[in-house]
Structures are given as structure tokens and as C-alpha cells.
Design a protein around this ligand. Sequence first.
Ligand SMILES: [Zn+2]
Length: 154
Amino acid sequence: MKEELQLKIIERFPQFYKPNLYGCNQKRFYFECMDGFFDLIWKTSEDIENALKKYPVIYLESFSIVQVKTKFRELRVYWGFDKETAGVLDTNTSSLIYSNLVEITNRAGTLSRSLCEVCGRNIPAEHIDMTNNWILKCPDCAKKEQDEKQSSEI
Ligand SMILES: [Zn+2]
């Protein structure tokens, strides 16, 4: 994902996207997907923030997103709570929050399956070809790539 888009998300949700040991850039959080998922990641971050705001503030404070990546053509959002706070959290509240967050991140995964990872457009179901390439592209982006490939071969 473009540097400026990544920074936009990090600046809006600094609490969620802190540097960590995952990914290839430990100085800041690194999004391992293409630009087309920007809106979906933004919306998902908002949903997570709104969900956490319903609970005691310790949950929001100890929450972070560990990794955001495309895996098997789907956006995956991995997250967790600080180990130190996990012990003091109430079990019932924790399991409520966990199922809430699982729902939100699973929904993002499902939605990503019909988005072009390059431009973010919705791909009509009949154009989704899971056999072709590792990145899910709309017909326009696929054609553009094909044209560029051909012109570089000439
Ligand atoms: Zn596209």
C-alpha cells in the first residue's frame, strides 16, 4: 500500500497501529496489501473503535492490531490485547468483546473477497477468477496490467 495511505490510517488510529515485530518495517506499522483495501481498512478500524468504546476504557487502551495482510485473496486483520492487562480483564466482558471483534474482522474478510485490491472497486461475481493470480483484480486493472506487460515485452 502507498506510504501516504498507510500513514493516513496510522495517524487516524495511532492506538491500533503501533510498530510491532510483525511485517517488514518495525519503525512503524506496515499494511501488507494493496491500495484497493484502504477504504475497507478505514471502515473496519472505525467499527473496531466504536465497538471498543462501548466497554471500559482499559480495553481500548490495551488493544492493538498486530497485522493487516492479504492472505488467500482475503483481507486478514489480526489483533490482540496486551498480555499485562489480559489478566485483569473481566471474563464475560472479554468474551463479548472478542466475539464482537471477530465479527467485525470476519466481515471485512468477506467484503474484501469482492473488491479489486488495486483500485478498490466492487468486482461483479462473474468476473472473480480465483485461479488466475494471487491478487484479486477487477477486469480493468487486470487488462491494464496485461497491456503494461505486453508493452514491456515489445
Ligand atoms: Zn481495479
